[in-house]
Unconditional design. Structure first.
Length: 374
């Protein structure tokens, strides 16, 4: 039975979780357990959701031209990014409002990432304070933010994030205005009663700080259509933390971002939630990776559901990948343990794919795996 707003479904047991083997299994369960509004908010994309569906299809369309007769008895999926250790090349992408998926919210996600040895990127639209999230995590925490209309508030937030112990920022740049998300509109998306977007509460605001229906009403002040490259330079000069730029789909924009001080690029179309008709990230990635070469790490998100997708992304030039919705489906299923099971499924699958593709190390995952032998 579909959950109603405010209901707290019982977490699946460890035995039940052990019988889930695919990310899609978690999504099916989440659809049953979450309220219609919550599932629509998490799952939906912009417009006709063409980019949303193409994100996943583009990874599936790539074949792996595997190598044989390679000793893969000893494999190492571990890597690093911006001096952060990763047990395998995965981060939890920034996604909003985790307490709509599970009562423990972002703390559950942070603990799952910590035990799995992967970084978590905290959304500025989180329902738990950045201080509480950092205290709960044993792995690196990054913070995602927007440059909006209130620069004074943003400056205070950045310094607060530094004090909390975050190791890097991800600046989202694909949101001068909010995309047209029809599922949100049809289900009347709003921040649930008694829940707040706590890191963006301003003095003098109402109890939640964010009221209204739809993102434009709820969070209109957090973004601005005047966003430009000088704002990235301003942010890089404001903080000692490395700034990654999230939402890039063009090679020339990636190069400009690096020139303006970015220390990393995140190839992303906001999970298909902004411009419907934008290219899938698997198509955008190789041009960007080639353009910035090895100057800065390149992360990609959008449609990653299998270990093979991770290998394909690395073969196309990515340093690592991020997953968003799969973490939410894990949370909805069993909180921290559900999110951890999702990560473990991808970790095991990636290790298996490395072996089957003839890749004992991350360095051996090269572009020729995606091209037939000549």
């Amino acid at each position: 039975m579909t959950a109603t707003e405010g209901a707290i479904p019982k977490d699946l047991s460890a035995d039940e979780l052990s019988k889930l083997y695919r990310i899609d299994d978690f999504e099916m369960i989440a659809r049953e357990r979450l309220s219609q509004m919550t599932f629509a908010y998490y799952a939906g994309g912009a417009g006709d959701e063409r980019t949303l569906s193409r994100n996943r299809a583009a990874w599936e369309a790539l074949s792996i031209w595997y190598r044989v007769m390679i000793d893969v008895s000893k494999r190492s999926p571990a890597t690093t990014m911006l001096n952060m250790p990763l047990s395998f090349p995965l981060l939890a992408a920034p996604t909003a409002l985790h307490k709509m998926a599970h009562r423990d919210g972002e703390v559950a996600t942070a603990r799952a990432c910590g035990t799995a040895g992967i970084p978590m990127v905290v959304s500025s639209l989180s329902t738990t304070s950045i201080e509480e999230i950092c205290a709960a995590s044993s792995s690196p925490i990054l913070f995602q933010l927007y440059i909006g209309q209130d620069r004074g508030f943003l400056g205070e937030l950045v310094h607060r994030v530094e004090r909390a112990g975050c190791v890097a920022l991800q600046l989202t740049v694909d949101t001068p205005v909010w995309g047209l998300r029809e599922r949100e509109m049809k289900t009347g998306f709003h921040v649930p009663q008694g829940m707040g977007i706590v890191n963006l509460q301003r003095s003098g605001a109402d109890a939640n700080g964010h009221t209204g229906v739809g993102m434009a009403q709820t969070l209109g002040w957090t973004i601005t259509p005047s966003l430009c490259w000088k704002d990235l330079e301003w942010l890089c000069g404001l903080t000692r933390l490395p700034v990654m730029v999230k939402g890039i789909c063009r090679a020339d924009d990636a190069l400009t971002a690096v020139r303006c001080g970015a220390k990393g690029i995140v190839v992303s179309n906001h999970g298909g939630r902004q411009l419907d008709g934008a290219p899938p990230t698997a198509e955008a990635l190789p041009r960007i990776a080639q353009a910035v070469a090895s100057r800065v790490p390149v992360v990609v998100d959008g449609g990653i559901r299998h270990g093979g997708d991770i290998l394909k992304a690395l073969a196309l030039g990515a340093t690592a990948v991020q997953i968003g919705r799969p973490i939410l489906w894990g949370l909805a299923t069993a909180g921290e343990h559900g999110a951890r099971r999702v990560i473990d499924i991808l970790s095991s699958d990636f290790d298996r794919v490395m072996a089957l593709a003839g890749c004992p190390t991350i360095a051996s995952i090269t572009h020729d795996l995606l091209e037939p032998s000549r």
